[in-house]
Design a protein around this ligand. Structure first.
Ligand code: GCV
Length: 707
C-alpha cells in the first residue's frame, strides 16, 4: 500500500500556503445557496466541493475544528465566509454576455464584502470554482478586480491510461497501475501456471488468471487521483490501454464490474470514464465469427452490447478504439474503411450521448529501408483526409501531435489544419516514452504550448481547429505518483494548459512550484529554472535538429544512433559522411511538406525559412550547412551535446543548494534521478558526437575530447 505521508502524495493540493494567507478567515464558514434542485447523483459533486473546503478548513484551523455549512445568508454567524452560489444555468446563460458553459465559474471579491463568492452554473462548475479559488489563494494572488471569470478552452479534457488489467502499464515509468491489480501474489500464481503447463505465452497466463485481477484494493488512491485531476479541470479518462488484449476485452463483458466501480469513484470528481475496446471483440468473446463492420450481425451486436453497458453505467463517456497498427485488428482485414468501423460504433453510442474516440495512429511497419520514396510521416494524412466529412458527429479523431510518435521535437501534424468537417482531438504524451522516461527531468509544457498555439494563418491557431485534447498519462502507483517528483509538473501543466491555452508555460510552472513547495524564493527560482530549461536540455544532448529516434528500439531510452536506420519502421536519418536529414520537400523530397497549408508549407519547404530545430526533419544537408544561428550543422551537434551535458551538471549543483529547504525525501530522490540523468546525458553526448565526428571527419572547433 502506498505511503500517503509521502511529501508528494498530496501533489499540489496540500493547501499548506493558506496557513499564512490574509484570506484564511474566509474559510471559517461556508454558505451554500442553490437556485435549483439537483439530481441526487449530482450531490456527489456537492459532497466533493464541501469536503475540499472542510479539508482546507482543517489545514488552517486544525483537525478538531468543524466547518459550519449554512443554507441561508441570515443563518451565517461568522464575520467572514465562503459563499457558494449554484445558479440555474438557463438563467445564467440567458442573462450573461460571457461565453459560459457548464464548467464555467466566477470568483467574486468586492471590497467591503465579508465573503469570497463563487458563482457556478452546474455542480461541476462549482467544484472547479472551489479549486480555482484555492489555487488563486494558494499562489498568493490578489484580487485586482471584483470578478474573475473562467471558462475552459475545450469542453473535453482527457487523460488516456495505458493500464492493463494485470496491473502493468504500457509506457509506464512510475510503478504499476493505480486502477488494476492481481488479487493474489502474481509471481506465485505465475509459477503455478507455468508448472501446469501454460509456460511461454503471457497472454495465455493472463487469460488463465483472468479472475485473479480486480480493481486495485487501494480505492482511496483512485479517489485521490480523481481529486488531483478534477482540481485542474480534467473531465474524461480512458482507463485502459488502447492496445486491448483478450483479458481487457472482458471489460465490456464479464469484468464490467471493475469499470463500474472505477467510474463510480471518478464521478465524485466530475470525470467521465471511457473504455478502450478491441474492434474484434465479437470474435474474441466468441459470440460471432466475424467483426466485419458492414455485417448486420456485427452492428447489432455492438448496439446491444452498448445498450447493456449504459444500463450498468449510465454516465459512461464512450469508447476509444485504435485503428490499424502494430498487429491490432483493423477494418482492412475485411476490406472496409475507417469510417465503416467508426460510424458503426458511433451509431451504437449515439442514443446514450456517448462518443467514440478513434485513434489515428497508423504506420507501415513493413517498409524497406532501401525505399527512399515511401515516407511514414505522410501516412496518417494520406489515410484520413479522403474521409473528411464522412464521420458521424459523435466520432472524434484523435491525432498525435506530430506525424511520427512523440519525439522530443516534431513539426505539428498537418492533419490539424485539414479535415475541417471532422471532430479532431490532439493527442499529447505526458509519460516520457522518448523524453527520458521520468528518469530525466523534461518539462514538456513549453512544447505543448508551442504546438497548440502554432499559427496557421493570421487569425487562427491549431487550437482553433480542434475540439479537445487528450494525453497519455504518466501516473503509476509510486508514492509520488510519477516516479520523478518533477514529472508531476507535466501532469499539472498539461491540464492547466488545456484549460486555458493562453497561460504561459512559465506561469503554469510557477503555480505548480508554489502550491507544491511554498514560497521560498530560492526553491522557487531554482526549480523554475530547471523546469523551464529542461526540454531544451534534453533536446540538446539527444537527437539533433529534429531528427528524432536515435534511441534504442528496445527501450526507447538509451542512445542508439542507427537503432532504426535499417529497420522496417520507416524512420531514417540517412546520415552518411557528407550529410544528414530526410528530404521531405515538395520538389526533390518525399513531398510530405505538401501536406501543409500556407504559411507552414513554404516555411518548411525552403532551407532559408525552415527553423533550425526542425531542419533535419525536412531537409538533407551537408554537415557544413550554416544554420540561422550562424553555426554549421556539425558544430551545432558538438556544441549542443556538450552544452546539454553541462546543463544537467549545473542542475545538480543548483539542486544541492536546496538541501534543507525542501523535504529530505524529495531532495534525495530527485538528486538521485538527476545523477542518473547525468550518466545518461554523458552517454548520449559521447555517442552522438563520436558518431558524427567519425562519419564526417570534421574536427570540433573548440578542440574538446570526442572519442
Ligand atoms: C499504446 C507507440 C508506443 C506504443 C503505443 C503506440 C500508440 O508506438 O510505443 O506503446 O501503444 O505508440 O500510441 O498506439
Amino acid at each position: 500500500m502506498v505511503n500517503k505521508s509521502d511529501a508528494m502524495y498530496q501533489g499540489w493540493l496540500s493547501h499548506n500556503n493558506l496557513k499564512d494567507s490574509p484570506y484564511q478567515d474566509y474559510f471559517r464558514a461556508v454558505l451554500l445557496q442553490k437556485d435549483t434542485n439537483y439530481l441526487s447523483k449530482i450531490e456527489k459533486l456537492i459532497d466533493s466541493s464541501l469536503n475540499e473546503l472542510k479539508f482546507t478548513h482543517a489545514q488552517i484551523f486544525g483537525n478538531k475544528s468543524i466547518l459550519p455549512v449554512y443554507q441561508a445568508l441570515e443563518e451565517v454567524e461568522e464575520d467572514k465566509f465562503i459563499y457558494l452560489h449554484l445558479i440555474s444555468s438557463d438563467k445564467a446563460y440567458r442573462t450573461n454576455s460571457k461565453n459560459l458553459d457548464s464548467f464555467s465559474f466566477m470568483l467574486y471579491n468586492k471590497n467591503g464584502f465579508n465573503y469570497l463568492k463563487i458563482n457556478a452554473y452546474s455542480p461541476i462548475g462549482l467544484l472547479y470554482g472551489i479549486f480555482g479559488l484555492l489555487r488563486f489563494l494558494d499562489c498568493n494572488e490578489t484580487f485586482h478586480k471584483d470578478e474573475i471569470w473562467q471558462t475552459p478552452s475545450y469542453s473535453i479534457r482527457m487523460i488516456n491510461h495505458l493500464d492493463n488489467l494485470d496491473g502493468t502499464v504500457e509506457r509506464g515509468y512510475a510503478g504499476s497501475s493505480i486502477f488494476f491489480e492481481a488479487k493474489r501474489n502474481k509471481a506465485l500464481t505465475k509459477s503455478i501456471m507455468e508448472e501446469i503447463g501454460l509456460s511461454s505465452s503471457s497472454e495465455l497466463i493472463r487469460e488463465a488468471l483472468k479472475d485473479d485481477y480486480d480493481i486495485a484494493e487501494d480505492r482511496e488512491r483512485i479517489h485521490d487521483y480523481g481529486r488531483l485531476l478534477c482540481s485542474i479541470g480534467i473531465n474524461s479518462i480512458v482507463i485502459n490501454n488502447s492496445n486491448v488484449h483478450t483479458l481487457e476485452t472482458k471489460f465490456i463483458d464479464s469484468r464490467l464490474d471493475i469499470v463500474r466501480k472505477i467510474s463510480d469513484i471518478l464521478a465524485y470528481w466530475g470525470i467521465k470514464t471511457y473504455i478502450s475496446i478491441n474492434y474484434a471483440a465479437p470474435i474474441i468473446l466468441k459470440e460471432l465469427d466475424t467483426s466485419d463492420p458492414l455485417d448486420i450481425r456485427v452492428g447489432k451486436w455492438w448496439k446491444e452490447k452498448t445498450a447493456y453497458l449504459y444500463s450498468q453505467i449510465p454516465d459512461l463517456g464512450g469508447f476509444m478504439v485504435k485503428s490499424d497498427t502494430k498487429g491490432q485488428p483493423g477494418p482492412f482485414a475485411y476490406g472496409r474503411s475507417h469510417t465503416d468501423v467508426a460510424n458503426m460504433l458511433g451509431e451504437a453510442l449515439k442514443p446514450f450521448g456517448g462518443i467514440l474516440i478513434y485513434r489515428c495512429f497508423v504506420f507501415n511497419d513493413r517498409q524497406d529501408w532501401r525505399d527512399r520514396v515511401t515516407d511514414r510521416a505522410k501516412l496518417t494524412f494520406d489515410t484520413y483526409t479522403p474521409l473528411d466529412g464522412e464521420f458521424l458527429d459523435n466520432v472524434y479523431l484523435q491525432i498525435k501531435n506530430g506525424p511520427m510518435d512523440f519525439q522530443v521535437r516534431e513539426p505539428i501534424s498537418p492533419l490539424f489544419s485539414a479535415m475541417d468537417e471532422t471532430n479532431k482531438f490532439m493527442e499529447l504524451q505526458i509519460t516520457g516514452e522518448y523524453t527520458g522516461q521520468q528518469k530525466h527531468v523534461c518539462y514538456l509544457v513549453p512544447y505543448w504550448s508551442e504546438l497548440l498555439n502554432t499559427k496557421i494563418n493570421t487569425k487562427e491557431t491549431i487550437s482553433d481547429h480542434i475540439c479537445g485534447v487528450s494525453a497519455v498519462s504518466n501516473i503509476g502507483n509510486d508514492s509520488n505518483w510519477t516516479g520523478h517528483t518533477l514529472a508531476l509538473a507535466n501532469l499539472y501543466g498539461y491540464a492547466r494548459l488545456i484549460w486555458d491555452t493562453s497561460l504561459s508555460s512559465e506561469e503554469i510552472a510557477k503555480e505548480w512550484i508554489i502550491q507544491t513547495f511554498g514560497f521560498h524564493s530560492k526553491v522557487c527560482s531554482t526549480i523554475l529554472h530547471i523546469l523551464l530549461d529542461s526540454w531544451h536540455t534534453y533536446e540538446n544532448y539527444t537527437s539533433p535538429l529534429g531528427t528524432g529516434y536515435m534511441v534504442s528500439p528496445k527501450d526507447h531510452y538509451s542512445p542508439d544512433v542507427d537503432g532504426y536506420e535499417y529497420s522496417r519502421l520507416g524512420i531514417y536519418h540517412l546520415a552518411d559522411h557528407k550529410g544528414i536529414g530526410r528530404n521531405r520537400t515538395i520538389e526533390s523530397g518525399t513531398g510530405f511538406v505538401g501536406q501543409y497549408k500556407e504559411p507552414l508549407r513554404s516555411r518548411y519547404n525552403h532551407l532559408s525559412t525552415c527553423p533550425d530545430e526542425l531542419l533535419l526533419f525536412f531537409h538533407h544537408v551537408p554537415y557544413t550547412h550554416v544554420l540561422h544561428s550562424g553555426k554549421t550543422v556539425i558544430q551545432h551537434i558538438y556544441d549542443s551535446h556538450f552544452e546539454g551535458y553541462e546543463q544537467v551538471k549545473d542542475y545538480i549543483t543548483k539542486w544541492k543548494e536546496l538541501k534543507g529547504l525542501i523535504p529530505d525525501s524529495i531532495y534525495s530522490h530527485t538528486l538521485d534521478r538527476l545523477q542518473t540523468q547525468l550518466g545518461s546525458a554523458r552517454d548520449w553526448c559521447d555517442q552522438i558526437n563520436s558518431y558524427f565526428y567519425r562519419l564526417s571527419d570534421i574536427k570540433d572547433e573548440k578542440g574538446r575530447t570526442i572519442y
